[in-house]
Design a protein around this ligand. Structure first.
Ligand code: FAD
Length: 465
């Protein structure tokens, strides 16, 4: 259905997972598709290029997953981590539609591998991409290019021209020149605003200066702001973010997966005042790792220290930066620039409170503390085997939750409750509809892939395809 007024049927703003899923789907439906991506080609794929695995519904074991993971369990897992802060209709839509993702992704060039070993308990529920998110994004870009999707890198969409809830055109900056881009519909898939420190400061104050952003510096929230300015209904807690315990020595942006530390459940964590502040063994790490960034963000100077011993070191994924090592707890404290007598006292108190059980990282075991505040509920083992190791931790922001409200067609809902005529959103832009709080490992990609495909399909349909 060519339209001479518009050179493109679908403009996709943002070339991460959600954007490419939308672009490929719209193109396969017959639409003329343009993707505008602000990064240089080598850094295309936004935060999606840092991913490793995707959660999806399946009804039995395959070569790559060990058993079934069906709708009700998926839904209960999601309900558990969000504490009910989710739109059940949209959440179940994502869960159901995720069943076809494994085949769809493979048909678009993604290859799988057996689950990685480590502390994350994902062998049953998640598919791991061979080569990780970088290979996945390369496959999608290749597929899109072969299908005839036009892709412009180093092109930032800066403004949207929206009239009465209808997208008219976008203003995009390329090679220092601003150009107006017209299309019949737009899919906004430009991620969250996690890389915009001044925006984060509006909710976190000066503490945000100490945050480390795990992904692309390009996710500045420019288009989220634009959509909100044009009357899109916000969704999600502006302060809400997926934030993990990150090695404090990580680069400010784009350090990716390797700077995350999974040592927490195998030792104790203290803050700058050398106080423990949360149960390190509350639940399985995949269900808890995403709360630790926020916990650290609430500590003095937004720094904490993970302390483990030689017995614990082989139990978690090796760190990219070597741990600080010492022959005694006091020496470790000195090396980490925290108060040595205080750390010795905290470790002693912890060791005395440990009630030995049958240690098993694969289950919620019975190794716990007694009479300790806060408690350590599982995997509590005395820290008494030298050498001792420590990691400085900072809040590592993965993505923000604030986004725009969407309906089942991925259409953006405006303040007057009416769906926008031709504006669709996918990925982190709208994930807050489904993940109001907490996180399930591998679910960011699930939301982006399902809603990316829906947005692509509906945008093409709006254009008459
Ligand atoms: C280190 C790390 C590991 C992760 N691991 C996993 C995992 O294993 N599994 C999982 O499910 N999730 C994981 N996530 C979360 C996952 O990355 C996101 O949920 C998902 O990639 C979001 O996809 P998206 O397309 O919405 O955003 P992105 O992939 O970030 O894409 C947004 C794109 O928009 C571009 N952009 C931004 N603003 C503009 C603009 N104004 N104009 C043009 N382009 C713009 C950006 O350059 C970027 O390429 C991880 C995240 C990080 C940071």
């Amino acid at each position: 259905m060519a339209d001479s007024k518009h050179p493109f049927d679908v403009l996709v703003a943002g070339g991460g997972n959600a954007g490419l899923c939308a672009a490929i789907t719209a193109r396969r439906a017959g639409a003329r598709v343009l993707v505008l991506e602000s990064a240089i080609k080598d850094f295309r794929g936004g935060n999606s290029r840092h991913t490793r695995d995707i959660r999806y519904l399946h009804r039995g074991a395959t070569e790559y997953v060990t058993d079934a993971y069906e709708e009700e369990e998926f839904w209960q897992d999601l309900r558990g981590v969000t504490g009910g802060a989710t739109n059940e209709r949209l959440a179940r839509l994502v869960i159901r539609e995720s069943e076809t993702l494994g085949d769809w992704m493979a048909a678009n060039g993604v290859r799988w591998q057996k689950p990685l070993r480590g502390t994350l308990h994902l062998t049953r529920s998640n598919l791991f991409m061979l080569g990780g998110g970088k290979a996945m994004m390369n496959a999608y870009y290749d597929t899109a290019a072969k299908l005839g999707v036009e892709i412009h890198y180093e092109t930032e969409v800066q403004e949207l021209n929206v009239r009465d809830g209808e997208f008219v055109s976008a203003l995009a900056l390329r090679d220092g020149t601003a150009r107006t881009v017209e299309a019949r519909t737009i899919v906004v898939a430009a991620g969250g605003f996690e890389a915009n420190i001044s925006w984060l400061k509006e909710y976190w104050g000066e503490a945000a200066e100490n945050f480390i952003i795990r992904g692309t510096k390009n996710n500045q929230g420019v288009l989220l702001k634009e959509l909100l300015k044009h009357g899109a209904r916000p969704e999600g807690d502006p302060r809400g973010c997926h934030a993990v315990a990150l090695d404090a020595r990580a680069p400010k942006f784009d350090g990716g997966i390797v700077t995350r530390l999974d040592s927490v459940p195998f030792g104790i964590v203290v803050n700058k005042a050398v106080k423990r502040f949360y149960d390190e063994g509350e639940d399985f790490w995949p269900k808890r790792y995403a709360i630790w960034g926020k916990l650290i963000a609430e500590q003095p100077e937004q720094i904490a220290y993970s302390i483990v011993d030689a017995d614990a070191l082989p139990r978690f994924m090796p760190s990219v930066f070597p741990p600080v090592a010492a022959g005694s707890i006091a020496e470790l404290a000195t090396a980490m620039d925290i108060n040595p007598p205080a750390l010795v006292a905290v470790v002693d108190e912890f060791n005395h409170s440990v009630r030995a059980g049958k240690f098993d990282p694969g289950i919620l075991d019975d190794c716990h503390t007694e009479g300790l505040t806060p408690p350590k509920s599982h995997w509590a083992k005395s820290i008494d085997t030298p050498p001792y190791y420590g990691y400085p931790l900072r809040p590592g922001i993965t993505f923000t939750y604030l986004g725009v409200t969407v309906n089942e067609q991925a259409r953006v809902i405006m303040q007057d409750d009416k769906p926008a005529k031709n504006i669709f959103a996918a990925g982190e832009m709208m994930a807050g509809n489904i993940l109001g709080r907490g996180y399930l490992a591998g679910f960011g990609l699930t939301i982006g892939s399902v809603f990316g495909r829906i947005a692509g399909r509906e945008a093409a349909r709006h254009g008459g395809f």
